[in-house]
Design a binder for this molecule. Structure first.
Ligand SMILES: *Cc1c(COP(=O)(O)O)cnc(C)c1O
Length: 406
């Protein structure tokens, strides 16, 4: 591997911002008190947690008493959905989408097994651009619907759903609304004072330059709520377990920074993303964008290259120190492209060769140029070796079967 690392996999995880690490460090050394203790030594830690809670609330237009600390985005998603099912035990219908993160998707798919009760789960389809049909959504809601869980922004394509509108529709029907906003928070402005129909919202620290293992569940004041982790009185009895103090303090700082850098994210980072995307689409034939062109978070692009294998592209990029993700899952022993691209109806041969680049404020233009210099020849070389590509594009015998070797 090359010494140089060009990190464009920020939807998978982000680097901890140096400013974030700096505020975390004292809580691993001198400030080790338990925030629940009666003494001043622990009490000062409780104060730091309150300040962090305030900063997180500020970023999303919430009040600090609406912020519950969890261990990750996944726990936040589970807490919201189980909470709603417990609040309305007579209601047995969940509405979600086909493109959710596994944290929601796998929970909803297995909800009967987990709860021991029969549920109906409606997973709304998306169109070719990854967008939902709002009329179809509205028609899916019934008197039996306990909760709607729809992500704010998609981790694979970056597509942004009209969450405010969808939440308002749910509210008008008296249905609780949860949004997995893990990929949206810090990238696009969110103001829950204005988007006033969202009841639950999930955040994950490591997706916005805080550490791994810290999450937040926003619960609107007055929303029926049942804890997922039951234990001590922490978080006012809403989530048991001694607080992950250092990570909480770090997340507070990360949210403050995200607020300050939102403008840069939506101008400079977006321009880099657009340059990369346009450069790839222009210089590589039979390539296409996955997902809506404008209804998107500013840092993400998912591009498909016909008749090449995403995993192979990643391995070649890796040799140049370039970190990205693929939308296929060959490593897991399956030839199936991602559920997101499948739901969008991306043709098999294209979905299989999809690559996601996700940028951050730490990326610079030279890195985009570097990828634009390396990737076209990687694709060309792989295509030269591909019997499927030859079959389709140079007159040789082809077949509609995937010929990848994984
Ligand atoms: C990463 C991610 C999660 C899971 O967050 P963790 O903190 O890793 O559990 C959930 N939803 C989306 C959209 C994500 O991108």
């Amino acid at each position: 591997m090359s010494d140089k690392v060009v990190y464009m996999d920020n939807n998978a995880t982000t680097r901890v911002a140096p400013e974030v690490l700096e505020v975390m460090l004292p809580y691993f050394s001198d400030l080790y008190g338990n925030p629940s203790s009666m003494h001043t030594f622990g009490g000062q830690v409780e104060i730091a947690i309150s300040e962090a809670r305030e900063k997180i609330a500020n970023l999303i237009g919430a009040s600090s008493d609406e912020i519950i600390f969890t261990s990750c985005g996944t726990e936040s998603d589970s807490t919201a959905i189980f909470s709603a099912l417990q609040a309305y035990p007579e209601k047995r219908h969940i509405v979600t989408t086909r493109v959710e993160h596994p944290a929601v998707k796998n929970l909803c798919e297995n909800i009967d097994k987990i709860t021991g009760h029969k549920h109906k789960v409606t997973s709304l389809p998306v169109d070719r651009e990854g967008m939902l049909d709002l009329q179809r959504y509205e028609e899916s809601l019934t008197d039996d619907t306990a909760i709607v869980s729809v992500m704010w922004a998609n981790n694979e394509t970056g597509v942004v759903f009209p969450v405010a509108e969808m939440a308002a529709i749910a509210k008008s029907r008296g249905i609780l609304f949860h949004t997995d906003a893990v990929q949206a928070v810090g990238k696009i402005p969110i103001d829950l004072n204005v988007t006033s129909s969202v009841d639950f919202l999930s955040i994950s620290g490591h997706k916005l330059h805080a550490s791994k293992g810290i999450g937040v569940l926003y619960v609107r004041r007055g929303t029926p709520y049942a804890p997922f982790l039951i234990g001590g009185h922490q978080e006012h009895g809403r989530r048991g377990g001694t607080e992950n103090v250092a990570s909480i303090v770090g997340l507070g700082k990360a949210c403050e920074l995200a607020g300050e850098r939102m403008e840069e994210e939506n101008t400079r980072v977006k321009a880099l993303r657009d340059k990369l995307e346009k450069g790839l689409l222009d210089s590589i034939s039979h390539s296409m964008l996955n997902g809506h062109k404008t209804e998107r978070i500013p840092n993400t692009t998912s591009v498909s290259f016909e008749s090449v294998e995403g995993e192979a592209i990643l391995l070649h990029l890796d040799r140049f120190g370039i970190c990205a993700s693929s939308g296929s899952a060959c490593t897991s022993g399956s030839l199936e492209p991602s559920h997101v691209l499948r739901a969008m109806g991306v043709p098999f041969t294209a979905a299989h060769g999809s690559i996601r680049f996700s940028l951050s404020v730490y990326n610079v233009e030279e890195e985009v140029d570097y990828i634009l210099e390396k990737l076209p020849s990687i694709i060309q070389n792989l295509r030269d070796l591909s019997p499927f590509w030859k079959g389709n594009h140079s007159g040789a015998v082809g077949s509609s079967q995937c010929k990848c070797s994984c």
